[in-house]
Design a protein around this ligand. Sequence first.
Ligand SMILES: Nc1nc2c(ncn2[C@@H]2O[C@H](COP(=O)(O)OP(=O)(O)OP(=O)(O)O)[C@@H](O)[C@H]2O)c(=O)[nH]1
Length: 364
Amino acid sequence: MELSAFSALSPKRPQFWQVAKRCCIIAASIDVAFFFIFLILNSPILAWVNLLSIAMYLTAYWAFGQRKNMLAISLIWLEVLYHSALGTLMIGWDSGFHYFLLMFVPAIFVSMSLKPAVLTLLGLWVYYLSLDLFSWYYPAMQPINATAVVGVHIFNLTVVFIMFGYLALYYLNKVNLTHDQLRFYATTDPLTKLRNRRHMSELLKRALQNKHAEQRNVSVLLLDLDHFKSVNDTHGHEVGDKVLRITADILRDTVRDHDKVSRWGGEEFLVFLPRTNLNHAAQVAERIRKAIAKYPWHTVINENIQLTTSIGVSELKPDDSVNTLVKRADDALYRGKEAGRNWVELESEASCRKPKTASSSPSD
Ligand SMILES: Nc1nc2c(ncn2[C@@H]2O[C@H](COP(=O)(O)OP(=O)(O)OP(=O)(O)O)[C@@H](O)[C@H]2O)c(=O)[nH]1
């Protein structure tokens, strides 16, 4: 029954196959140990059977290397099924050989889709129970002395514990990795690799809840590239995307490590500056404005043009929400655009920073 379920083995989950491949080497090494143990215990059938097991594991290892996963996994199943049965029937239930069957329980669900996995689990349960019941009614066929049984039992139990620990660690790593990947996709803008708007909103919300502690003097900058539409229209979307990526790099390089940069929308970026008052935030904004104006955009756009940005700046006030804080930066940005672009505008209308004039150089 177990073997029929292999057709449902998932072709994905390559890490699972890597772990299974590694398990082949571990299992083959254990069987080498068993070979000598049973020779010493004067149980030749069980000793020589291990040579077959070693051959099966090495073949399975080779098959994994050849991407013949079906063959490899069939060999592993076959080995564990016959070895656990043989060990149990020859020297009894107390030998603990049946514990190896339990290792399939989590592996079944990792390697198969749900329905075949449930059926396989049922088959495994029937097999396990049959061995158990058989041992109740029939004596061991080739018993070894009681001390040796205890030794074999402890050895088997220890190996199964180690293998379970190893597999549990693998499953844990896999869950953590998947969690990290999901988190990355949920919080990151795919184009610029900056935080996305949702993530930045959450960061701001948390900072605002914490504003009475060390998060006083929180400021934000809202940036919008000037006339970005014309870049897209004239040079194409790909060039536009490249401009956005470079802008993201400039922002990352211009702010401090603990400042947080996000892509807020199309060509809009929001920078969150903790422990920064309005005046210092204006200085950061000015640094960014200059860095963007100075960038050699002709190397990207193949034309002697300079891109600029307008920036609105606001500082957290008591009773502010994320919306009101960003809204004031947005209003300031709008006034900056109205004032002629390439401009830093503070939330207080009087505080214009850098008007663009016809004669101003890009570095101004
Ligand atoms: N290449 C590219 N363009 C984008 C992306 N998101 C938004 N845009 C474009 O950004 C442009 C924004 O244009 P507008 O809102 O008119 O603003 P603008 O041309 O920058 O003008 P001002 O902001 O007034 O200076 C539009 O053409 C959008 O298609 C993106 O991910 N990639």
